[in-house]
Ligand binder design. Sequence first.
Ligand code: 8YV
Length: 306
Amino acid sequence: MDILLLEPMMAEIESALDDLATVHRLDPTAALSPDARRAEIVVTGGATGIPRAMMDALGAIRLVAINGIGTDAVDLVEARRRGIAVTTTPGVLTDDVADMALALILSALRGIAVGDRFVRAGGWGRETLPLARKVSGCALGIVGMGQVGRAVAKRARAFDMTIAYHDLHDFGLEESRFVPSLAALASDSDILVVAAAGGAQSRGLIDADVLSALGPRGWLINVARGSIVDEEALVAALRDGRIAGAGLDVFAHEPAVPAALTVLDTVVLQPHRASATVETRRAMGQLVVDNVRACVEGRPLLTPVE
Ligand code: 8YV
């Protein structure tokens, strides 16, 4: 069998894939070689997915194995229509993504990156930094109360935060209050964490109105998808001080980051690496390998998207 690998993985995972089939390594925007066109399996990242034109060009494709939980970059309706299975890596990255949300909260509010730059630049002893913002006891709003949202809430409770959330449904959770209006949640929150799934249903959910409701003392944290936030509105709100700051792991047009964000000390930036730890990437990669093996051997897939 032939595998098309659209994103690099850990060396040990790539070598496990090499043991299962012939692996063609390709940038998703590059042209397909005649050999790669034969691929039955595509292995890709959550944000990378598979471009529709590539799905069209792969006549023998049977499986898209995503090394992640996001399915927003794969046309699931078209995949189902063509009988192409899709798998993800649920469960294993929840802790890391929630940890990253807390890291961004602490970095942004406490000015950790600012302090680090200040020390490195020799500012200590010559100038003073502005005071930071207290994290413990903050009002936390979570947009999307799935596995990641709940793991963020669990961690936030250790910081004595009050927790409220917005989602399509009220899950009747203890210790977390459901708020049916996203604008009301934003206006009640010191920190708004975006932990929802990407895709058409959440595109642009965090718009100029939600940011206004969050207000000049409110912080936006995004560990989900850049598409959920109206990035232009966010840049404008940050530049004008209409929100206090932001911690961002994801962007609308990765790897492009709006230049305006890179000069603001109120913003902490990460290059989409919430799940990028050795332990988690190993566990994710192993699930990908197990799904690919099941496909190669004609057995049921482990974690198919229903
Ligand atoms: C990964 C992700 O960074 O799970 C997802 O959907 O976007 C991230 O965990 C990605 O899948 C690896 O490229």
